[in-house]
Design a protein around this ligand. Structure first.
Ligand code: B12
Ligand code: SF4
Length: 427
């Protein structure tokens, strides 16, 4: 998918500055190309690769500026590999960074604020001639007020939630909708403010678009909201179920998941509107034993989820769970995202009732069962998944793609394993 942070930074950059964008996932970076500065957005899974890239530019004395979730949550680490670290949101601070860069006075740290979300300067022209999925990413809000212990969002946004101005959302969609089959509203929680979301939904109805998003389950108890969701063209929602065990939910501070009678009632409410569900589950919490996986897969198949994710808990740095697992002595590698011994899909911590290898394997088994041909057939024939022609046509390709990825990333290193260089710190 098109990476929105890059388009946003490009859009914020004054027009007298020439911007070139390279997507390291799909093209080679021409490290010899002349440039005055290099800018990167860091997530925890991409941090190691970003530091490798920064080291390549350090050899040429070109300043590297980083921002994003990972850089904001562990700025001291990021500052070891980048001349300048921007903490938080870019909008209110980027102009100052550029001015300092022009005057040779780049600071080591900048603190972004909480910009008013009145409009979005996203510049998607940087994606021209690159082959991305035909889905457009749109922000309609930022953050989430819930306190889930494992989630980077509550750490980064400090449990705040804001929505973009309705006009700016409508204008952005209108400028893209002729070239777009489906939109992905990438909000952390589209239902973070249900009353405000209803205003946006009403404004979307005349646009006649298809869209999907992610939201917390409490919204499924509001019938008016669900009705508007349907009328506005929403085809599917990602919902973080995480666990079927109340004790786990309580410990991860996500007990609100089972409010008003629990999952079954919430899903029955949604089912009336034929909106598909992407259900996500996380394993390795204190009360998870080997049975937890089959229970979750049975549930996901019985509910006819369009797709589902079964992942091990990941202690992202800067989250409360990272600190708790560290205190409990459960982290197998303190900085797993940089540790050469750590690989994709491996549990970076020692779980409670399972070994770390069992946790990894049981997640793979769960995915295998959920994406087995029998399960795909059963779910594909369910009423909700057949209700919409567009979603039904895509059901099989999307499920087969996930089937291929059941263990596809297992054992892959983080960063580029063929990279021959050495990480070079800022001196
Ligand atoms: C869309 C999305 C995806 C898409 C990817 C889309 C793509 N283009 O490739 C999909 C669904 C594929 C995906 C996958 C994953 N994702 Co994801 N994803 C998101 C989501 C919802 C939106 C990202 C986005 O575009 N935001 C809009 C931009 C504009 O916002 P932003 O990145 O926050 O940028 C702002 C600031 O951070 C800052 N900023 C950012 N970069 C920079 C750079 C500079 C220089 C500056 C100055 C400022 C700056 O300014 C921006 C504007 O204010 C975020 C949540 C979120 N709110 O961002 C999670 C999120 C980034 N994903 C996350 C995760 C965990 C994953 C997965 C690992 C999940 C999994 N188990 O497989 C995978 C793998 C990702 C990987 N890199 O390997 C986590 C990352 C946590 C972390 N600590 O790194 C997030 C934060 C969600 C969460 N709940 O914690 N994801
Ligand atoms: S509801 Fe979702 S986005 Fe909000 S804190 Fe919990 S996991 Fe994160």
């Amino acid at each position: 998918m098109e990476p929105l942070p890059a388009a946003l930074i490009a859009g914020l950059t004054p027009k007298d500055i020439e911007v070139k964008f390279y997507d390291d996932r799909m093209e080679l970076i021409p490290f010899d190309e002349p440039t005055d500065a290099v800018v990167m957005s860091l997530e925890t899974y991409t941090a190691k690769r970003a530091y490798q890239i920064a080291s390549m530019y350090r050899l040429r004395n070109i300043p590297v500026i980083v921002g994003g979730f990972h850089a904001s949550l562990v700025p001291d680490e990021a500052a070891r590999y980048a001349e300048s670290v921007v903490i938080g949101e870019a909008e209110n601070i980027w102009q100052e960074v550029i001015d300092d860069l022009k005057h040779g006075t780049l600071k080591q740290r900048y603190q972004g604020g909480r910009p008013a979300l009145t409009g979005t300067p996203v510049d998607r022209t940087i994606f021209a001639n690159k082959r991305y999925l035909p889905i457009k990413l749109i922000e309609t809000g930022r953050g989430c007020k819930f306190p889930c212990e494992f989630c980077s969002i509550q750490s980064f946004f400090e449990r705040t939630h804001r929505m973009f101005a309705v006009d700016s959302i409508v204008n952005e969609i209108n400028s893209l909708k002729d070239r777009t089959r489906i939109f992905f509203f990438i909000d952390d929680n589209f239902a973070g403010n249900i009353q405000q979301a209803k205003i946006i939904l009403k404004a979307l109805i005349p646009l006649k678009i298809r869209w999907v998003t992610q939201m917390s389950i409490n919204a499924l108890h509001d019938e008016e909201f669900l009705d508007l969701l349907k009328k506005s063209g929403c085809k599917g929602v990602l919902i973080g179920f995480e666990s079927l065990d109340d004790k786990n939910l309580k410990q991860m501070k996500k007990s609100f998941n089972t409010m008003k009678g629990g999952y079954q009632i919430a899903l029955d409410n949604l089912r009336k509107f034929n909106i598909m569900v992407y259900g996500t589950f996380v394993f390795g919490f204190e009360h998870d034993d080997a049975d937890a996986f089959d229970k979750a897969v049975d549930f996901a198949i019985d509910q006819g989820f369009y797709i589902s994710a079964f992942n091990h808990l990941t202690p992202f740095p800067g989250t409360p769970i990272y600190h708790r697992l560290k205190q409990e002595g459960r982290l197998r590698y303190e900085h797993w995202w940089l540790d050469d011994r750590y690989h994709y899909n491996e549990s970076p911590f020692t779980p409670y009732k399972l070994t770390h290898t069992e946790l990894t394997q049981l997640c793979v088994n769960a995915r295998k069962r959920f994406y087995s041909y029998g399960s795909i057939m059963k779910r594909g024939l369910s009423k909700e998944n057949r209700a919409d022609g567009f979603m039904f046509r895509n059901f099989l390709p999307i499920n087969l793609m996930h089937r291929k990825d059941v263990s596809g990333r297992n054992g892959h290193p983080l960063g580029d394993q063929d990279w021959q260089g050495k990480l070079i710190e800022v001196s």
